[in-house]
Every structure is written in structure tokens, then in C-alpha cells.
Design a protein around this ligand. Structure first.
Ligand SMILES: [Zn+2]
Length: 229
């Protein structure tokens, strides 16, 4: 699957090109390639933090009364990112849940089952479990519009996950710069991160989460009007 694009006007999935503008061959909808990439990148974050990790930590709290441990979850297939984009732009753009579901079903049908992704990382997990589909749309909506509404404990665990992800590239760079023969004692001396680095990352993550609140209905005006075609 290469360079697929979700049309936010008719819900079709089409193969993009390398140009600066992406155009849907079915309805003519156009979007700047850079703007689309930014939307999809945000949707990827919504799936990872707003859905996958939140679910995991909520399950821990339900079972043990607190966040028990941190996870390293397998990434969801790309179709999930399109589904999140559909949910976010659909809900904010004023679509009903049922209409969003219809678009997600269309995405799944267009892309088909990925043999390499199964269980909860496949988009068909949502198709096969209607109650999880409802929950997915709700969680993506909350990730963008009211992240503060989720329980404080779960929210903090998700924030920590974001901070760690933000810091990983810095950690990799430090390791690369260090002597390749460095022993584990050396790694331990380099870690943990200096406090100001952690603080900087936390501020950055916080700011990015706040920026999601800026998504407004008018950003998606005119989208999805043609989804039934
Ligand atoms: Zn279209």
C-alpha cells in the first residue's frame, strides 16, 4: 500500500501522487499535500495516545485500581489513522456517529484486511466489534476536544508516554555520540535525562495537546457533504 489518501469529502481512499496537491479522482476534492500530511500525523497521534494507550491504562485502572505498568504497544495499521482522521474531522465538522461509522466501514472495505495486522491493531477489530467502534469514535473525539475529561491517573500515564516518545530521539543521539563500546555502566551514568530536558519535553507535549483544542468546526467546513455518493 503506497501513499494512500483519504478523501475528506466523499470518504474514498485513493492513491496519492508526489505533487504538492492531492486530488480525489472520484469527487475532485483537493488538499495541499503538506496540510494533509499534518492532519494524518495528528491522526496517528490520536490513535496511539487517545485510543491505544488510553484503553490500556483504563483497563489497568479497572482491574488493579491504578496504572500497573507501562506498555510498548504494536502500532495500529494505517487504516486506523484514516479512521481517526474521519472521526476527528467528521465529529468536529458536525457529522453524527452513524455517519462517521459509515465512512470507517468504507475505508475498511476499500483497503481490505491486512494479513500482517490482526487483532486489535487491524481496522477490522472495529468492524467486528461495534461497541468498540463507538468507543473509538468517542475517544478520538475526546482526544481532540476534551482530553482533560479523562481520569487524571490515565491522563498522566498517557502524558508520560508522550514525553518518553519525545525524548527517545535525544536519547538515540546521545547513545550514537557516545563510544560504541560503552558499557551499561556508562549508559546508566548518562541516564536519566537532565531535568531541564525532561521539563522542556513536558512543556512541549502539553503545548501540543493544547493546540489540538484549536480544531474547530470551520476547519472542516464543506467536508463530508458527499460521503453517501
Ligand atoms: Zn472524494
Amino acid at each position: 500500500m503506497k501513499n494512500m489518501t483519504l478523501c475528506c469529502f466523499c470518504g474514498a481512499v485513493f492513491e496519492g501522487n508526489d505533487g504538492s496537491v492531492l486530488q480525489c479522482p472520484h469527487c475532485g476534492w483537493q488538499i495541499d499535500a503538506g496540510a494533509y500530511k499534518a492532519l494524518l500525523g495528528a491522526a496517528q497521534g490520536a490513535v496511539k495516545y487517545g485510543w491505544q494507550y488510553r484503553r490500556c491504562y483504563e483497563a489497568d485502572v479497572a482491574q488493579y485500581g491504578r496504572v500497573e505498568r507501562y506498555y510498548c504497544l504494536a502500532e495500529c495499521e494505517e487504516a486506523f489513522h484514516y479512521a481517526a482522521l474521519a472521526a476527528a474531522s467528521g465529529i468536529i465538522g458536525g457529522l453524527a456517529y452513524d455517519a462517521v461509522k459509515q465512512v470507517i466501514q468504507k475505508i475498511a472495505a476499500a483497503l481490505g484486511r491486512d494479513k500482517h495486522k490482526s487483532g486489535e491493531t487491524s481496522i477490522f477489530y472495529l468492524i467486528d466489534h461495534p461497541e468498540e467502534m463507538d468507543r473509538f469514535i468517542q475517544y478520538i473525539d475526546e482526544y481532540y476536544t476534551c482530553f482533560d475529561s479523562i481520569s487524571e491517573e490515565v491522563r498522566n500515564a498517557v502524558f508520560e508516554e508522550m514525553v518518553v516518545d519525545k525524548m527517545s530521539p535525544t536519547m538515540d543521539r546521545l547513545l550514537q555520540e557516545a563510544n560504541p563500546d560503552m558499557d551499561t555502566e556508562g549508559i546508566r551514568r548518562m541516564s536519566p535525562f537532565p531535568e531541564e530536558e525532561i521539563f522542556r519535553c513536558m512543556l512541549e507535549v502539553r503545548r501540543e495537546v493544547d493546540q489540538r483544542h484549536k480544531l474547530r468546526r470551520e476547519d472542516f467546513a464543506g467536508l463530508w457533504e458527499n460521503k453517501d455518493k
